[in-house]
Design a protein around this ligand. Structure first.
Ligand code: ATP
Length: 270
């Protein structure tokens, strides 16, 4: 059966309200929302709307979430593809997938294309990586560059790509008219962790005494994804004990469990 490598979702449900913290990054992508909404306003004096921006930051910090929120706020379709999907592909397939993806997005424009883990296809050419055929990867990368150069200023498709390794990317990707903007998405500080807890506690029945400053202090180094995990885990821990609401101890137990998981992950790497 044919693997489905990208899916189109008119995701109008994700909004900037779902993205906690990341004020600087949000400000930068708000501009992209404006470009998608009022392209004519911006091109009226001869300016060119940017074609792409790179979201750079550690795993789980909200890059995908932010890209979805851009599509949601602009009310445009969201087409996505992950670089790691290309790892085991036959020669020629990657390039044609990229071509198809851009064609679909252009047909439905204005639109957002999101490429997660772009480093899997966008590593500097000529350097070996250990994921699949290098020729195939280069073909895919070349097709991506061709597509980005090919669409005109009035196409109104903006490509957002995410990576946690901007340093390994082929410089050709960052050239003017391609991913010429970089937006940093960092791990949350204590104040941002509190905001992320607020977002992820929305659907959870909590005990009234819950102190979010305390939870933020207990989670240094946690990403947004880790905090989302803590909230979910805490709700499951409390439910298992047939509690009526999730309390402080449930969160502390969940934090311990996530810390345990993170330590295991780090052990595998080192
Ligand atoms: P990766 O590099 O691993 O793909 P990412 O940076 O794309 O990660 P997301 O997939 O956007 O991270 O984040 C995973 C989940 O973590 C989100 O769906 C959301 O639930 C939560 N999350 C991450 N960052 C935030 C944030 N800033 N605000 C609210 N939720 C967040």
């Amino acid at each position: 059966s044919k693997a489905k490598l990208f899916d189109e979702k008119t995701d109008t449900r994700t909004s900037f309200k779902d993205v906690a913290g990341l004020e600087g990054a949000k400000e930068e992508v708000e501009e992209i929302v404006e470009f998608l909404r009022h392209p004519d306003k911006y091109t009226s004096l001869g300016g060119k709307i940017p074609k792409g921006a790179l979201l750079v930051g550690p795993p789980g910090t909200g890059k995908t979430l932010l890209a979805k929120a851009v599509a949601g706020e602009a009310k445009v379709p969201f087409f996505s593809l992950s670089g790691s999907d290309f790892v085991e592909m036959f020669v020629g397939v990657g390039a044609s997938r990229v071509r198809d993806l851009f064609k679909q997005a252009k047909d439905k424009s204005p639109a957002i294309i999101f490429i997660d883990e772009i480093d899997a296809i966008g590593r500097a050419r000529g350097k070996n990586n250990f994921t699949g055929s290098n020729d195939e990867r280069e073909n895919t990368l070349n097709q991506l560059l061709t597509e980005m150069d090919g669409f005109g200023t009035n196409t109104n498709v903006i490509v957002l790509a995410a990576t946690n390794r901007a340093d390994v990317l082929d410089k050709a990707l960052m050239r003017a008219g391609r991913f010429d903007r970089q937006i940093y998405v960092d791990l949350p500080d204590i104040r941002e962790r509190k905001e992320i807890f607020e977002v992820h506690l929305r659907p959870i029945k909590t005990a009234e005494t819950l102190d979010l400053d305390f939870l933020a202090r207990q989670t240094p180094g946690f990403s947004g994804a880790d905090i989302a995990n803590v909230c979910n885990e805490a709700a499951l821990i409390a439910a298992r004990q047939e509690k009526k609401a999730v309390g402080k101890q449930d969160f502390l137990d969940a934090v311990d469990r996530i810390v345990g998981g993170l330590e295991k992950k780090n052990k595998i790497i080192t």
